[in-house]
Design a binder for this molecule. Structure first.
Ligand SMILES: [Zn+2]
Length: 176
């Protein structure tokens, strides 16, 4: 279900992009998925968001093709978690750009409110959304970390879209 009036047929690609990526809660859900936090209750706890708000964003991101559900074992039950698709992984530079712009132009309420985009291989913060400004390497989810000061002392490597099939992912999580 779209979050607002449908912009998907607008002639401007910025408007069509914002139709998918322009919702604050939706982008924060993507942040959690990039942090590898794909389980409903864990996302809810981190975002301090109501069930219906989160459910609507997750459903929208699945419908838009940025996330898929993947089964995992929770004790004897099989439950669903959310992981990126390649289309969702491709949203990384958009989120990076928002983080970098906010760090440059918006006041942070306190010291732990900062977040940096880090090229994992050289360990340096970048001021470009898609390239390491320290060593010039193109950034991907596989070589990028986010350092949320609130979240951890160290930059955290980001999740990538899983390459394995859903069935094999489930099998590997069932204890022998
Ligand atoms: Zn670098």
């Amino acid at each position: 279900m779209p979050l607002r009036s449908d912009w998907s047929a607008r002639t401007c690609s910025l408007a069509r992009g914002l139709d998918v990526l322009g919702d604050p809660w939706g982008s924060l859900v993507l942040r959690e998925i990039f942090f590898g936090n794909g389980r409903f209750d864990a996302i809810k706890q981190r975002l301090e968001v109501a069930d219906n708000v989160l459910s609507k964003r997750l459903a929208w991101l699945v419908e838009s093709g940025l996330l898929v559900q993947r089964p995992y074992r929770d004790g004897t039950r099989t439950r669903q978690e959310y992981v990126l698709t390649p289309k969702g992984e491709d949203a990384l530079p958009v989120l990076n750009a928002i983080i970098i712009w906010a760090e440059k132009h918006l006041d942070a309420p306190n010291e732990v409110s900062h977040m940096r985009v880090i090229h994992t291989e050289c360990g340096q913060a970048t001021s470009s959304a898609d390239t390491c400004t320290h060593c010039g390497i193109a950034l991907t989810a596989a070589n990028t970390s986010w350092h949320s000061y609130k979240r951890s002392d160290q930059p955290l490597p980001l999740a990538v879209a899983p390459r394995e099939s859903h069935a094999s992912a489930l099998e590997t999580e069932i204890p022998a």
